[in-house]
Design a protein around this ligand. Structure first.
Ligand SMILES: Cc1cc2nc3c(=O)[nH]c(=O)nc-3n(C[C@H](O)[C@H](O)[C@H](O)COP(=O)(O)OP(=O)(O)OC[C@H]3O[C@@H](n4cnc5c(N)ncnc54)[C@H](O)[C@@H]3O)c2cc1C
Length: 819
């Protein structure tokens, strides 16, 4: 066994081996993998081998697409067959909302280039002659289906062996029966791994340990948010009907999914494999995998399977005539949102995570591809925010994970509404004024563990969402909140904001080197600053305020807490000249905005608030009511006169009550997240994570005014220079969408030029309640970004005409903000 390697991959399932393979493809041959028993001994050996291209996530969709393409060429490259049956994949729909979901997915598929067909029942029958089209109470009529002709199923062990062969041919080493037992960082910065076969030193570690993710993480002090859930499928004996159909010349049937009944079905040796996602499947191994669990399975639980078997048998009566050969019930790793964890570990250098894979056979190719890119190049090649392990924070307690993962599992096949808010493990993290907002009718959502009020139900209105892809029950109330903000004064509780304090003699220079804008040098000034990737993409957005000499207050998206904090801490200079503290939980934040906001705040403070004393884009530390040390920032995300009040959290109740008391005469009210979405789109404000991502540079994003190319070096600058020289390929656009009746754009819709070619994508969309326009923002090829250009956008399968507007259709000259 080697004693030193550049990268050591821990875990020999399909994901670990794929990572190893891709590292060699990137030219790193001095890499090795250790596996505690044998390759594929974890979840990989018993997987059903389905490779669904379908995924609602922009990132995961791209990873799956890469995998399917890779698996098709692997046999030729390695000489190892992988039994890839390109049967196609049929997802049935029995209700209109399901078709809406497929149509929404098609938008994403179009933007990432995944081929699909939306088909009707007659075509379903043609493709799948053994199906019942239904029409009774217990077998609803099919109304259509989504068909992916190019995916199918594969033999997971063969796939792993092909990847192994490819990696070994390129010089990688694989050591079986070698368990990682302990990790230690040595003086050189490398990792010393104690294994059951001796020590290995490595520059980089990759954790790909599947069901063992939590215990592997614990060895490094990481609480990896992945806990497996039981998943079972039934293997049937030969089916006479299927046999007759195949012997009659019928081609292998497409993998069939009936999501409305939560099961998948595929052929297996003239019989079937039927796999449901059942209610009641328990999370397992929350405290680690016990020693007795090797290559084992759990006993099958027929009671859980029965409703799905019955539904499938009604849809495919051929199932009735074949006996059950086996039930495979194994652990399947899950993260709370169902997407894998791929990327750097937080708080540790050169430790990489490739865990939490619930569709690991499908994702392995893409996950290995991008992780290898990240390790070798320092950055991934595509936007990986949707799978970055740092999208979760410290709140993922064991009980949270158990509840959320069980919930995610049983919802694999439910309709993924864009406004869905799942109820389990809630409320967990709340702002101090949660009860006050609740008393005002808050209808809650959850993001990064925080409860956030999406909207407020007025008295007498039902406090619940009717989830939909279209305008729904809360539409009118969200509109009222948006208008309240534009006409009077509104309050938004944005306590979840990520907040850091940067101090010390080196604070300014350090921050300045991290971001593209000039960090303010004058106390009381603030600036919107973007940290870029080395490729020039947008990695983070910070509002940087100079509070005092050598003291900055840095605010970023609430959901980016661990992501941003990890980046900032890892970027700190080693000379002690900069102090950095994550103070997210020590300060609350209320946005007070609207034309009456000055009059409201004036009643609470002696600080003059007139334009000369407190101009737009400045900040002051004020007293507000009885609260001291309130950072008042004259900015907001809704485009109105107003202040963000960042206060010591102990004043939350007092300040909230004082604001509402002072605002009573002005008709002050609460405003939720959905109204904020509407308001910010009217101002063309970009949101981190959807409109600002590593896929686009600030020039593409139209954020040129926040880039100072002449200020000196900053990360990403060289890439920006190259882009300027070569020409900026895409441009940010704001679109008015015409002819919308009930389905506004929501993001991830393809944009077409008049000739019908895809020339961009919407990254967000909503109804602008004050402008009374359906709006989208996004990116097009540069030549289509001129105001007035006529484009088309596809919303739920319908092409709508869209006009490129001048930026900020509401108040383009910012008169409200400067009022
Ligand atoms: C019944 C069932 C059906 C499934 N069907 C499908 C499907 O159709 N399609 C699909 O895409 N996915 C499917 N899956 C999911 C799929 O099996 C997993 O997502 C995938 O196998 C995960 O691969 P992995 O490499 O991450 O983990 P694993 O395959 O579990 O590999 C992890 C490896 O790490 C090793 N290891 C752990 N700790 C250490 C250590 N300290 N030192 C050394 N080695 C260590 C383990 O021994 C193990 O071999 C199914 C899962 C189940 C349970």
């Amino acid at each position: 066994m080697k004693t030193h390697v550049r990268v050591l991959v821990i875990g020999g399932g399909v994901v670990g081996v794929s990572t190893l393979y891709h590292l060699t493809r990137k030219g790193w041959a001095d890499v090795a993998l250790i596996e505690r028993t044998e390759l594929t001994a974890g979840s990989t050996w018993h997987a059903a081998g389905l490779l669904p291209l379908f995924n609602m996530s922009y990132t995961v969709g791209q990873l799956h697409k890469y995998s399917v393409d890779l698996y098709k060429r692997l046999p030729q490259e390695t000489g190892q067959d992988v039994s890839f049956h390109v049967t196609g994949n049929l997802r049935l729909a029995t209700c209109k909302e399901r078709m809406d979901e497929y149509q929404k997915y098609c938008g994403t598929a179009n933007t990432i280039g995944v081929p699909f067909e939306v088909i009707g029942p007659a075509r379903v029958k043609e493709l799948w002659p053994l199906i019942e089209l239904g029409g009774s109470a217990d077998t609803p009529a099919l109304i259509g289906a989504l068909y992916h002709p190019h995916d199918g199923h594969i033999a997971p062990a063969d796939l792993t062996m092909a990847l192994r062969k490819g990696a070994r041919n390129a010089g990688a080493e694989i050591y079986e029966h070698t368990e990682a037992l302990a990790f230690e960082r040595v003086a050189s910065g490398e990792w010393r791994v104690r294994t059951s076969q001796g020590d290995i030193r490595a520059e980089h570690l990759v954790l790909a340990t599947g069901n063992y993710a939590r215990q592997t993480g614990r060895l490094l002090g990481l609480n990896v948010p992945a806990i497996p859930v039981e998943h079972q499928y039934i293997v049937y004996d030969e089916s006479p009907e299927l046999k007759a159909y195949r012997q009659g010349g019928g081609r292998e049937l497409a993998v069939l999914r009936e999501p409305d009944k939560s099961y998948y079905l595929r052929e297996e040796r003239m019989g079937w494999i039927l796999g449901p996602y059942e209610h009641g499947a328990p999370a397992r191994f929350a405290d680690g995998v016990p020693d007795w669990f090797g290559r084992s399975l759990f006993p099958g639980d027929l009671d859980r399977l029965v409703p799905h078997v019955e539904a499938a048998t009604r849809r495919v009566p051929a199932l009735e005539h074949c006996g059950i050969k086996d039930i495979v019930n194994g652990p399947i790793s899950y993260a709370p949102d169902g997407s894998p964890l791929i990327g750097p570990a937080w708080g540790l250098r050169n430790v990489w995570i490739n865990e939490g894979h619930s569709f690991g056979i499908t994702a392995a190719g893409g996950a290995g591809w991008q992780l290898a890119e990240w390790i070798v190049e320092g950055e991934p090649g595509i936007d990986m925010l949707g799978v970055d392990p740092r999208r979760f924070g410290a709140y993922t307690s064991k009980r949270f994970l158990v509840q959320k993962n069980e919930e995610t599992y049983r919802n694999v096949f439910t309709i993924h509404f864009p406004d869905e808010e799942r109820p389990d493990a809630r409320p967990a993290k709340t702002s101090a004024v949660y009860d006050r907002l609740d008393a005002r009718g808050a209808v809650w959502g959850q993001r990064y563990g925080w409860e956030r009020a999406n909207w407020f139900a007025p008295p007498g209105v039902e406090r619940r969402d009717r989830w939909s892809f279209r305008r729904s029950n809360y539409f009118e109330h969200v509109g009222n909140e948006a208008r309240l903000m534009r006409e009077r004064a509104g309050v938004i509780d944005l306590t979840p904001f990520t907040k850091h304090e940067v101090t010390g003699p080196g604070a300014e220079a350090w921050l300045d080197g991290l971001v593209a804008n000039k960090v303010p040098s004058k106390t009381g000034r603030l600036a919107l600053c973007h940290a870029l990737t080395r490729r020039g993409g947008i990695r983070s957005e910070f509002t940087v305020t100079k509070i005092a000499e050598r003291h900055y207050y840095v605010v970023s998206a609430g959901a980016a807490e661990r992501y941003d904090s990890d980046y900032l801490f890892k970027s700190l200079p080693g000379d002690g000249s900069v102090g950095l503290r994550n103070i997210t939980n020590t300060r609350g934040c209320f946005v007070l905005a609207g034309p009456k906001s000055r009059e409201v705040l004036a009643q609470l403070t002696d600080t003059p608030l007139d334009n000369a004393s407190f101009p737009w884009l400045t900040a002051q530390t004020i007293e507000a009511g009885l609260a001291v040390e309130v950072y008042a920032l004259r900015v907001n995300f809704v485009g109105a006169l107003g202040w963000e009040l960042h206060f010591p959290v102990e004043y939350a109740h007092h300040l909230f009550d004082a604001l509402f008391e002072a605002g009573k005469a002005h008709g002050i009210g609460m405003v939720g997240m959905r109204a904020m979405e509407s308001l910010r789109l009217e101002k063309s404000y970009r949101m981190w994570g959807s409109d600002m991502t590593p896929d686009y540079t600030p020039f593409e994003a139209g954020l040129d005014r926040f880039v100072r190319m002449n200020k000196g070096p900053f990360i990403g600058r060289e890439a920006l220079e190259k882009q300027l020289a070569a020409g900026v390929p895409n441009r940010f656009v704001t679109l008015e969408v015409h002819g919308v009746s009930d389905a506004d754009p929501l993001g991830n819709e393809p944009l077409f030029e008049p000739g019908g070619r895809v020339i961009g994508r919407a990254t967000s969309g909503y109804y602008g309640h004050c402008l009374r326009k359906s709006l989208a923002i996004g990116y097009t090829r540069a030549e289509f970004a001129q105001p007035g250009t006529q484009l088309a956008i596809e919303i739920l399968g319908e092409r709508k005409q869209a006009t490129v507007l001048r930026e900020s259709p509401y108040d383009p000259d910012n008169l409200d903000l400067r009022a």
